[in-house]
Write a protein that binds this ligand. Structure first.
Ligand code: F6P
Length: 358
């Protein structure tokens, strides 16, 4: 293999630039040219590329985001038509043709499970692909942890610690809305590490009265504040999760959001304690990667490059206890949710008296 293409797709996270550097440096050593596809699947469809050399990747491993850019919605086989965006078309064959014309023989695509499903489609359409999983949600079967999760945790914990001092001063309840879609990893691990009093997960439907009673109990016990870590897709028993927007042309169309605002108003009304919402949002995805994401990114980037250079493709690489593994692209996407029966952080949290609203 003499030339490959490298792309970051889906929501960004910290650690992507470490993957890019590892791929480019290992490729240079093997005499392989790396073409970077810009802005994820938008650049794939619009055929926008740059050639990556060592000058492009100097010191990038310590920086956040992705130097290639990304897009968190476009799906290349269901792509909005230029003239009539209500109609969709398959742009995979023309995207592959353009890359092959440049001499590209294989691709490494870094993405979440939605974008890696498009990677599978590209692979099946005739361009050999190796996928690398990344997401702050940590909800992929292919890797545990995923690139970006540890940094997002650090970001969230840092933010919650800051919220605690202001909540203390003002004797307030703060409802912190955390990302993660339908998976509670970020909220559970972040909530426990930051010392939250109540944690609301998508995997456990909560009862509003239980949450309010716990708030009253904590405030009456002499503690001056309550921190509630609420997952963006957590929901009250018998109700649906709060949705902030639907993106029609996106692979994952639902964007969750609104629980902090709604719940903090309900708590203030029902308990009489002053309450404030705080949406952590994209702060969790931003900033410099922590060391473990730099290392994980480099390990998976190097593994992917070695596979593709060896003409082995059709895999997603990932980290697991015991080392790196590869698996074939799954036909059906299954999010890896928290398994509350076996997750020991959940058990520890319950032993410590953290309330899950149930
Ligand atoms: O999947 C990663 C993620 O950050 C989710 O936790 C969040 O729900 C979503 O992406 C936000 O998407 P966007 O970047 O489109 O706002």
């Amino acid at each position: 293999m003499k030339k490959i293409a490298l792309m970051t797709a889906g929501g960004d996270c910290a650690g992507l630039n470490s993957v890019i550097k590892a791929v480019v440096m290992a490729a240079i050593k093997k005499g392989i040219v790396v073409v970077g596809v810009l802005d994820g699947y938008i650049g794939f469809v619009e055929k926008r590329y740059i050639v990556l050399d060592r000058n492009n990747v100097n010191d990038i491993e310590t920086t956040g985001g992705t130097i290639l850019g990304s897009s968190n919605k476009e799906c290349p086989f269901h792509y909005p038509n230029e003239e009539d965006p209500t109609k969709f078309e398959d742009k995979v064959p023309s995207g592959i043709r353009a890359l092959k014309k440049l001499g590209v023989e294989g691709m490494i695509i870094i993405g979440g499970d939605g974008t890696l499903d498009s990677a599978r489609v590209i692979h099946e359409a005739g361009m050999p692909v190796v996928g690398i999983p990344k997401t702050i949600d940590n909800d992929m079967v292919a890797s545990n942890p995923t690139i970006g999760f540890e940094t997002a945790l650090e970001n969230a914990v840092d933010a919650i610690r800051k919220l605690k001092t202001t909540a203390y001063s003002h004797r307030r309840i703060i409802v912190v809305e955390m990302m993660g879609r339908t998976s509670g990893y970020l909220t559970l691990y972040g909530g426990v590490a930051a010392g939250a009093d109540i944690i609301l997960l998508p995997e456990v439907d909560y009862d509003l009265d239980v949450v309010c009673d716990k708030v009253k109990e904590i405030m009456q016990s002499g503690k001056r504040y309550v921190i509630i870590a609420a997952s963006e897709a957590a929901k009250e028993r018998g109700k649906s999760a709060s949705v902030s927007r639907i993106l029609k042309d996106s692979f994952e169309q639902t964007r969750y959001g609104g629980i902090a605002d709604k719940l903090s108003k309900q708590i203030e009304e029902k308990t009489g304690y002053e309450s404030r919402p705080m949406v952590l949002g994209h702060i969790q995805r931003g900033g410099e990667p922590c060391v473990s994401d730099i290392i994980l990114g480099a390990r998976l980037g190097d593994y992917a490059l070695n596979l593709i250079a060896d003409d082995r493709s059709g895999y997603i690489v990932g980290a697991h206890e015991g080392g790196l593994k590869k698996m074939e692209f799954p036909k059906v996407r299954t999010a890896r949710l928290l398994d509350l029966e076996t997750n020991d952080v959940y058990r520890v949290a319950k032993d410590m008296g953290i309330c899950f609203g149930n």
